[in-house]
Design a protein around this ligand. Sequence first.
Ligand code: CP3
Length: 362
Amino acid sequence: MAAALMSGDGANAAASPAVFLQACRRQRVPYTPVWIMRQAGRYLPEYRELRAKVDFVTLTHSAELAAEVTLQPVRRYALDAAILFSDIMTPLQGMGIELEFDPGPLVRQPIRTLEQVEALAPLVPARDVPFVTEAIRLVRAAAPRGVPLIGFAGAPFTLACYLICGRPSKEFEAARAFLYAQPQTAERLLDHLADQMATYLAAQAAAGAQALMLFESWAGLLGTGEYRRFAWRAARRTFAALRSLDVPLIYYANQATALLEPIAELDVDVVGVDWRSPLGAVRRMLGPGKAVQGNLDPAALFAPPAELNRHIDAVLDEAGSAPGHIFNLGHGIWPDTSPDAVARMIDHVHEQSARARGASAS
Ligand code: CP3
């Protein structure tokens, strides 16, 4: 099966390429679509081979190479969506932020003052990120099986975490302290980021991205009051600016079990969650108007094959038979994951979900 899928033939060739987009819109689909957060990346031998020759920033700033890396996983596997190869921090360089990657983002001058916030430039996509929109056009022209392309940005609060702290962190103490010490400045920063990310995502949609996703990786660090005042308000502002576009909007929130009530109020099509919350409970909290995305623990890919299947079945069972589930991991795939385990996961999601639909129809 894997060999057939690598060439783009086999089980999936007959399937509708729009299954992912239909599931985003909570339409009935013949099987559960699947893609993987960080699917273009270091667990893939072909990515590592390229990365040995080219540094990460060069990869993201070259339209041809970014398109190639975006396509690597969808050529190898029967994935139902591609995600643009880039980073949440990449567009911030256009706003005057000096940035390096080692491997996570390092901001040369962390943002701590109102003057710095006021000095941030607006993002002009044609000037600042032409390689992103060009990569999107290249991917759309070359995508195997007509696989749809997801464009993305960092959610404002998650970007602010890196901008304020200057580097990856477990607790992002400086960013959280900033919310309490300088709340008005924090709101200014978040509003600015919300508006620039709306501009950035709209440019991605105009270039051909067929769904738009905000990554809210660190909102789970906040209590509900701070989440609402800062992260939620800013994410809502970005989504409101995009709602009139004809593309599904996806909000991924990590460690957000305690935040599902405000998240249910966001005007988005899909909510992605980590593995800590069972999807059945998530769907009850979000109500019938939203699709869900997730949520296998990335660690489950290290289970023996039969066990892995059991864990996948548990996610599918939790998601239930109502339309509107996109299978994914609960957070990014780990670099030391076996590429074979990924192939088995994708095949099993497709086969098991198609079988379950057949059983309920007869
Ligand atoms: O998902 C994909 O395949 C598309 C590409 C993508 C990358 N980063 C490439 C990348 C996406 C969607 C991201 C999003 C991103 N970046 C997030 C949100 C999602 C999440 O995981 O929570 C965050 C928080 C970042 C910030 C970031 N960039 C970190 C913390 C790191 C280093 C650690 C890590 O996980 O790799 C990066 C660097 C980065 N971004 C790499 C890749 C492939 C590794 C760079 C390398 O090859 O050395």
